[in-house]
Design a protein around this ligand. Structure first.
Ligand code: HEC
Length: 120
């Protein structure tokens, strides 16, 4: 009886260990979704690429001058949110803002983040 309980306990411990190892290295996207720590890498502002992405994906809700429409104004958002907060908002959206992490590459989100962070 005692042996059987031990065997069950060891089995549970092993399953838990495998779970911990397999979930131990989260991707950046997971870290963003779960509110974990991550840093947006340094990039030079690429205004032409950013404006192109903005015009095709964001303009309808945030306005042609970043003045806001159905979504809030973004003309000074760089003074309000950190790059990490911007990256997270664009990636996961929420409260009327669509999530773009499946539609844009991580590099494209970094491009938009860096550009918006410069709008102080
Ligand atoms: C369907 C409309 C819609 C589209 C398209 C949209 N947004 Fe938004 N966005 C919103 C709404 C609504 C909010 C406010 C969400 C909230 O209060 O949390 C928001 C919030 C934000 C914020 C946070 C602003 C703040 O002051 O807290 C950022 C940054 C942002 N959007 C960037 C973008 C970017 C970049 C794109 C294009 C890739 C985009 N949005 C596309 C509706 C939209």
């Amino acid at each position: 009886m005692y042996k059987r309980i031990m065997a069950v306990l060891i089995g549970i411990a092993c399953a838990f260990g495998v779970y911990l190892i397999s979930s131990g290295l989260p991707e950046k996207k997971d870290a963003v979704a779960e509110g974990g720590k991550f840093e947006v890498p340094e990039r030079a502002v690429d205004a032409p690429a950013s404006e192109q992405l903005y015009q095709s994906l964001c303009i309808s809700c945030h306005g042609d001058q970043l003045q806001g429409a159905m979504g809030p104004e973004l003309a000074h958002v760089g003074g309000k949110l950190t790059k990490e907060q911007l990256f997270k908002k664009i990636s996961t959206g929420g409260r009327g803002m669509p999530a773009f992490q499946e539609r844009l590459t991580e590099e494209e989100i970094i491009t938009l983040t860096t550009w918006l962070a410069s709008k102080q």
